[in-house]
Design a protein. Structure first.
Length: 255
């Protein structure tokens, strides 16, 4: 039985719409699974590299120490493409890493205290990457408490620099706007939260500097970050994003 001409166009259009809906559904499911696989692999990821592993026994240290959470640990990239590795490549100086994914600021401070003895000779630079987990979790750390925690972290970092050394505080990259289905975790993370974190870090660094302490704020505001600079979750950095951060740190270290 022949299909009447007036029904042909709507029929074809309907088939196209159904096909598109199926394709979009498959893409959404695949992207979500891949996204959560990336996040799951990053939970608890630890990066402890360089002489910091046996510093108590050997007393040997590298020039720079990077301390922090998942951004420092390199979630979203391989070990050779994370921030410490790219910073080492740029500076041509050895870099130690002490980082565990998922740590809040007070946890990072405790890790630093527990890992490095108070009698270390000191690094030329200690890079602090922390605070993101305090503002992205549903049970957020109150900003007043976070400010106290962060100041304690900076002061602990200062214990591990040489007389001419400096502590570098990395401000967080702003999360990008991605569709909700691509990163469900975006519901717990907003640009406003990161802005609060950045403002708090600025206050802490300003306070430290008013005391004459060698603390440097490393801002990414003048660095262009777009979607290709982030991992699938829209929060952690890709190798390209790590390169931009390493470049910002290196520029500050040269000043």
């Amino acid at each position: 039985m022949a299909v009447r001409n007036e029904f042909v166009a709507p029929l074809i259009l309907g088939i196209i719409i159904v096909g598109l809906m199926i394709a979009i559904t498959v893409w959404v499911v695949a992207a979500t699974i891949e996204n959560y696989a990336t996040i799951s692999m990053g939970i608890g990821m630890t990066a402890i590299r360089g002489p910091v592993k046996d510093i108590t026994a050997t007393g040997k240290q590298s020039a720079v120490l990077v301390v922090g959470d998942s951004l420092a640990a390199g979630v979203g990239s391989s070990e050779s493409e994370d921030i410490p590795s790219q910073l080492m490549e740029l500076s041509k100086r050895p870099v130690d890493t002490l980082a565990v994914s998922g740590l809040r600021t007070r946890d990072v401070t405790k890790m630093l205290k527990d890992t490095l003895p108070g009698h270390t000779k000191g690094y030329d630079g200690v890079v602090l990457i922390a605070g993101g987990n305090d503002v992205v979790f549903l049970s957020k750390t109150p900003i007043s408490n976070l400010e106290e925690d962060f100041e304690e972290l900076v002061r602990e970092g200062l214990k591990h620099v040489t007389k001419k050394g400096k502590v570098f505080v990395l401000q967080p990259p702003d999360v990008i706007s991605v569709p909700l289905f691509r990163s469900l975790r975006m519901t717990m993370t907003t640009s406003a939260s990161m802005k609060l974190l950045s403002d708090m870090q600025e206050r802490v660094v300003e306070k430290m500097r008013s005391e004459g302490l060698p603390v440097v704020l490393v801002s990414l505001k003048d660095r262009i970050l777009n979607e290709k600079h982030f991992a699938l979750d829209g929060m952690h950095l890709s190798p390209e994003g790590n390169s931009i951060v390493a470049g910002a740190l290196f520029d500050k270290m040269k000043e």
